[in-house]
Design a protein around this ligand. Structure first.
Ligand SMILES: Cc1cc2nc3c(=O)[nH]c(=O)nc-3n(C[C@H](O)[C@H](O)[C@H](O)COP(=O)(O)O)c2cc1C
Length: 188
């Protein structure tokens, strides 16, 4: 076997491609983010990693709240736009239909799934803040339910891969196997 050394920053996939919503300078603002994951089961705590220089960070720090919106493939072009354009240069507040829950953070009606979170903690790394937020409300558009359950195929969420030099958006592929099950069936 021969291994080659790669740049230490190489990371083949970030996976979820979400939209972070916040109020900055009194105006709704949205940015694309792929460094996101749920990191606690109960309460549901999420981690999002936001560059220290982003306009969004000002809103998260000021209002201590933000939203995570999960867009479908049909929103891809707008998703890319808000990921290459800062709220400092352009008003991104009119790109989506906005609704509010209990926090002062904007949610996007066009996304099948959206949640609002309160700021739990900030951990400053050299160029990003690891932002932890606790979900206080999770909203799911009933059009994306099948038999009363969230239907991943209908949702058709955006997946992002950051293969060096060729960052791309993907849709979810075919389900391959049941997790937490095939391992139990393995006979060593
Ligand atoms: C596909 C994609 C993924 C991104 N992921 C992140 C991320 O995980 N964290 C981050 O801080 N910025 C990320 N960005 C960059 C921000 O979305 C971008 O700089 C945005 O303009 C910041 O907006 P703001 O200045 O209005 O907050 C990503 C951009 C794209 C296009």
């Amino acid at each position: 076997m021969t291994f080659v050394k790669l740049d230490q920053r190489f990371s083949p996939y970030q996976m979820p491609c979400v939209i972070i919503g916040s109020i900055v300078d009194g105006r709704p603002n949205f940015m694309t983010l792929t460094w996101a994951s749920r990191v606690n089961r109960s309460p549901p705590v999420w981690m999002v990693s936001v560059n220290v220089k982003h306009y969004t960070m000002e809103g998260i720090r000021e209002n201590k709240a933000f939203t995570i919106n999960f867009p479908s493939i049909d929103l891809m072009q707008k998703v890319d736009y808000i990921g290459v354009t800062s709220g400092r240069q352009a008003d991104k507040s009119k790109l989506f239909t906005i609704f509010y829950g209990d926090t002062k953070a904007p949610m996007i009606e066009e996304c099948p799934l959206t949640m609002e979170l309160t700021l739990t903690s900030l951990n400053e790394l050299p160029d990003h803040f690891v932002v932890l937020g606790t979900a206080v409300n999770t909203f799911f558009d009933e059009r994306f339910l099948s038999d009363g359950k969230p239907d991943l195929e209908k949702m058709n969420l955006i997946i992002y891969t950051g293969i060096e030099g060729n960052p791309s958006y993907w849709s979810i592929g075919e389900m391959q196997a049941r997790a937490f099950k095939i391992g139990k069936e393995f006979k060593a």
